[in-house]
Structure formats: C-alpha cells, structure tokens
Design a protein around this ligand. Structure first.
Ligand code: ATP
Length: 387
C-alpha cells in the first residue's frame, strides 16, 4: 500500500514566509491527485516535502502508513519528475533511464531488461542510443518519466512536467501520463498551475491558495459545487461570471432580473451557508449562491454563472427567440464548435460598470460581429458560490 497522507503539515522558511499552512490531504493507494493553484500557492513546496527535498516545519507525513518526516528522499521509495527533466546530457537515453538502477547496483542484464520494458511503455525504443540533445522536448520529458518509472517506486511525484512543451504536445502527453498512471496503478501526486490540465488528468484535485487547501474533490464536483468564490473563479475556462445579487423577501434579485424564491431554492441557499449546493431555478435564471446570512432579507450574495448557462444566444434581429440578457459583443472568439462572446453584463446601479464577461454558444448558429447586440436566455442550473 502506498497511501500518502499529510496531517496538518506546514512549512515556513527562515525568512518567516509561510509557504504551506496546515495542509491535510490523503492520497489513496493507486490514486492520481492533482495539486493546482496560482503561482506561489505552495504546490511545489508541498511536493518537495513529500519527496523529502524540504523539511517539514510542522505536522506529520506518512507514506504507506509509515511516518517519513525524518527520512531522506532515497528512503521514501518515491520518484520525482521535474519541469526541467534534469537529464544527464552526456548519457544516452538508455543510460539515463537505467541510471537509478545502476546507482542501486542492480545487475546489468536486469537493468537492460527493465530499460527495454520502460522504453516500450513510453514509445522510446527507437531513441535508446541517442543523447538528450538529439531529442524533442516531448521525448526528453518521456525519458525523465522513464527514469522515474524504472525502479517501480511506490509513489510518483510530478512537478509541472509538461510546462516546457508546446500546447499540442501538452495535450497529447497529458493523455499519456493519465494512461501510464492507470496502467501502472502507482500512486501519483501531480502539480500544475493549469486548471485545464488538473481537471482532465486527476481522479481528484486539491485546489490551493496561499498555502491552504481550498477544496479537494473530483473535477466535476469542483466545477459544479465549488466551495467558495476562489475555487469558482479558478476552475473553468472561460471563467465563471460573477454578479451581485440579494435576497429580498421572497425574491432573489440580480442585474439579470428577479427570481421568485421557491422552497427548493430556499433550501439550497440556506444549505449554502454551511456548504454551498448547486441551485436550479427551473429555467428562470442561472443562480447560485451561499448567502452570508442564509436567506435573510436583503442578504447580499454572489451569483455564479458559467458561460454555458447562457442559452439561445442570438444576434438581435436574427430569427431566434429573444431573451432576458441583452449585451453588446466586445470580443468574439471562435474555438472550434464553440463561440465565446465577451461582453459587459449589466450590473446593478451603484456597481462598477463594465464587467467583461462571457457568453457561449455551442454550435455554429451564432457568429455576431463586434458591436452587435446579442440576446440570451439563462439556463436552469448554475453553481453556488460564496465569497
Ligand atoms: P509556482 O507555480 O510559481 O511554482 P508554487 O505554488 O509551486 O508556485 P512554491 O514554490 O511552493 O509555490 O512557493 C510557495 C511560497 O513559498 C512562495 O511565496 C515562495 O516565494 C515561497 N518560497 C518558496 N521557496 C522558498 C525559500 N527557499 N525561501 C523562502 N520562501 C520560499
């Protein structure tokens, strides 16, 4: 069993900088857990502590049930892959991959056999006799992974291993990483700042901010039920729209209109005070929130509206039903079958104007020009968010 467990782990540096603040996480045996968050949130420091490359200031780290706080990297049975690959330039691919086994004085024939197996797994067989300088970025990255895999460690640790690859290669290699991890069944902790990578790769994703875990959940849950505004805004691309709203008596008011509070919506809102829940307002508008004071009169909320919650997007004058939301397109992006319209959503009086936000239309029906007026309808479901 190679479960990884952090119990109230903190890290502060000599200058007083708290990089990781009371983090508790459990990575199950065979699980792929992603650590994601903006630059400086403590992802690499957390990974380095698991690897044994940084001391732990407080808390306990267990790997396979054993407390490893005091153990060096070599005693932890973990292998790490870095962004920079850290390959030996003067060694062939074969020797680079086999290096950890040579260090461990594994017999030569066994090393050769293992290197062949790993090269096969990573499509590296044709390049075994090349040196890293003669390989593409993607191939180098796979050699670095091969070196990690070769001694069958209990845990893989990956620190932004794809960041040096171009966009297309990143997508292809990300799929390879996921397949590899599933085939090998090895516990993996994978650090990235890219939320798309996090959402597509992981069994579960831990979102970090300023050294603290915000939420740990399966990708779909992070997307549909973020626990706070930070997670709601960080996960999803293009990002969620936020609009001010308030509960006034039996009505939820926002710049996009008022929605009657039925029992279901009321329950969701009051549940949201403890833990936000998805809110479905039955086609009346995409509304979600967790009020500071649950459902209280005049309580101010934040509505979270994902781009796809706008439906029936149409250019004014086109032969399509109109809707409640009417905006002027400022930027129009075409991403394959999706069109993104960036526009200023109407905000309430007294609010800062010019909230540039997004509508999305799946399919090819809408291609508005910049400056054209666009109308849309809000779909039934949205996401609950809390400040
Ligand atoms: P990035 O995505 O930019 O790599 P990260 O989330 O991995 O960021 P860390 O590298 O873990 O963040 O850094 C977390 C915080 O700790 C940052 O504020 C950083 O400046 C600080 N930090 C990291 N290493 C040290 C160090 N050796 N001494 C002092 N502060 C440090």
């Amino acid at each position: 069993m190679a479960e990884v467990e952090l119990a109230h782990v903190s890290k502060w540096f000599a200058d007083g900088q708290v990089a990781v603040d009371d983090v508790s996480l459990r990575v199950a045996d065979g699980e792929l857990l992603i650590l994601v968050g903006p630059s400086g949130c403590g992802k690499s420091t957390t990974l380095n502590m698991i690897a044994g490359l940084e001391d732990i200031s407080d808390g306990e780290l267990r790997i396979g049930g054993r407390v490893v706080n005091g153990l060096g990297p070599a005693e932890r049975d973990v292998a790490m892959v870095f962004q920079s690959y850290a390959l030996y330039p003067h060694m062939t691919v074969r020797r680079n991959i086999g290096f950890p086994l040579s260090l461990a004085k594994v017999p030569r024939a066994r090393i050769e056999q293992r290197v062949r197996e790993v090269a096969e797994l990573l499509d590296l067989t044709p390049w075994l006799d090349r040196k890293p300088g003669m390989l593409s970025g993607g191939q180098r990255q796979r050699v670095a992974m091969g070196r990690a895999i070769v001694r069958s460690p209990a845990v893989f640790l990956m620190d932004e291993p794809l960041s040096n690859l171009d966009a297309t290669l990143r997508v292809a290699t990300r799929t390879q990483v996921a397949r590899l991890q599933r085939r090998l069944g090895t516990t993996m902790v994978y650090v990235t700042h890219d939320q798309v990578e996090a959402m597509t790769l992981g069994d579960r994703v831990a979102v970090l901010r300023a050294g603290r875990v915000q939420q740990v959940a399966a990708p779909v849950e992070l997307y549909e039920r973020p626990v706070n505004l930070f997670v709601a805004g960080f996960i999803g691309s293009p990002a969620m729209n936020f609009l001010p709203a308030s509960v006034e008596g039996d009505v939820l008011r926002s710049p996009l209109g008022a929605v009657a509070l039925d029992d279901r919506l009321r329950r969701a809102l009051s549940a949201g005070a403890a833990r936000p829940a998805a809110v479905d307002v039955g086609g009346e508008g995409a509304v979600g929130s967790a009020p500071p004071a649950a459902g209280a009169g005049g309580a101010s909320l934040v509505l979270g509206i994902r781009p796809e919650h706008f439906e029936d997007v149409a250019v004014v004058g086109a032969d399509r039903p109109g809707g409640r939301v009417s905006v002027v397109a400022e930027v129009v992006e075409s991403v394959g079958s999706d069109k993104y319209v960036y526009a200023a959503l109407p905000v309430g009086s007294g609010q800062a104007a010019g909230l540039a936000r997004v509508l999305r239309e799946a399919g090819a029906a809408l291609v508005p020009g910049v400056g054209e007026q666009v109308v849309a309808r809000l779909a039934a479901a949205s996401t609950a968010v809390r400040g």
